[in-house]
Design a protein around this ligand. Structure first.
Ligand code: VTB
Ligand code: MG
Ligand code: MG
Length: 323
């Protein structure tokens, strides 16, 4: 291969192993009503697998600060140290509630990029907007109204506004947003959790989701931006720091302008690898299945420098190797 293509492509399969292990071990706790235990299983599994990799890795996006969940902490070093310097963003179990209730779309998620190229976002909320690929840059904007964004998207797609479907997290804080979107004539697809999948769904026409709007976790925002860098699409995010304590945390991570609107290229720059493995069945990935002969995993792994999107179905002969 010629030309510079960023971090080693060999890592594509390595990161797949990391999300596979996290998904398998957290899936053993799916449906058991214990979010923390499922999250802990995913965290431990990711740490174990990451520490086997020949990388000089730093966790720059973890999760859990906000709700004191078990986390791979920000700043933690992972890997053998013998390899490229990489930044790692992860959500070992995206949708802990989905997993604990055995509802669809729980995922194990990780992004890896060249050192210094992922936004160091605190675990606060983030306002987000995303659409799929193939539209002129700047078609939608976080600072435009839902009506303006949806009208612009409908026009670009050449469809009536009534045919636009907007994905939003089902939260009381979104009551006005949901009403505003419905008032345009568009439809709203509500999700209970899991906005990484909600955002990625905008890039896949078969999901029927055209646009994502609303406020969710900032770590999930950076992970979704990493995914969209690979699939194509547009996304913007803005941190929501509502207290002095949150502002202090953001400042500690290097954020200078608390109102900055980040384009996805500023949240994830350079060469990025993104991987997600299904824990429970979802509209993007199959969940973990115990079958005759072992356990199956379903992973999507993508890389921004080439834009390759791989769907990896794996059969692992025995759970024992993961324990
Ligand atoms: C958000 C969303 C995530 O949790 O962080 C949400 O981005 C938490 O929001 O995908 P609430 O505080 O309103 O529950 C998820 O849905 C799952 O981590
Ligand atoms: Mg998590
Ligand atoms: Mg999450």
């Amino acid at each position: 291969m010629t030309g510079k293509v960023g971090i080693s492509r060999m890592l594509t399969l390595e990161v797949t192993r990391v999300t596979e292990r996290a998904a398998i071990l957290s899936s053993l706790l799916a449906g058991r009503g214990d979010e923390k235990a499922a999250d802990q299983a995913a965290v431990d599994a990711m740490r174990k697998e990451l520490n086997r990799l020949d990388i000089d890795g730093t966790i720059v996006i973890g999760e859990g600060e906000r709700d004191e969940a078990p986390m791979l902490y920000i700043g933690e070093k992972v890997g053998t140290g013998n390899g490229p310097k990489v930044d790692i963003a992860l959500d070992p179990l995206e949708g802990t509630t989905l997993c604990a209730k055995r509802m669809p779309n729980a995922l194990a998620v990780l992004a890896m990029a060249e050192g210094g190229s992922l936004l160091h976002a605190p675990d606060t909320y983030m306002d987000k907007i995303a659409i799929g690929g193939g539209y002129p840059a700047g078609l939608v904007d976080l600072d435009a109204t839902p009506k303006e964004n949806i009208a612009a998207l409908a026009k670009a797609k050449g469809v009536d506004i009534s045919e636009i479907n907007c994905c939003i997290l089902d939260r009381p804080r979104h009551a006005d947003l949901i009403a505003a979107v419905r008032a345009t004539g568009a439809r709203v697809s509500l999700i209970t959790d899991g906005d990484i999948a909600g955002i990625i769904n905008t890039t896949d026409p078969t999901t029927g989701i055209d646009i994502y709007l609303g406020t969710g976790g900032a770590p999930e925002g950076v992970l979704a931006a990493a995914a969209l860098r690979c699939t194509g699409g547009q996304m913007q995010g803005r941190l929501v720091t509502s207290s002095d304590e949150q502002k202090a945390r953001a400042a500690k991570m290097g954020v200078k302008d608390f109102n900055k609107k980040y384009d996805m290229h500023e949240m994830a720059s350079g060469d990025v690898i993104f991987a997600a493995t299904g824990v429970t069945d979802g509209n993007m990935l199959e969940g973990i299945r115990h079958v005759r002969g072992g356990i199956t995993t379903h992973t999507v792994v993508m890389r921004s420098s080439r834009g390759t999107v791989r769907w990896v179905k794996a059969l692992h002969p025995s759970i024992d190797i993961f324990k």
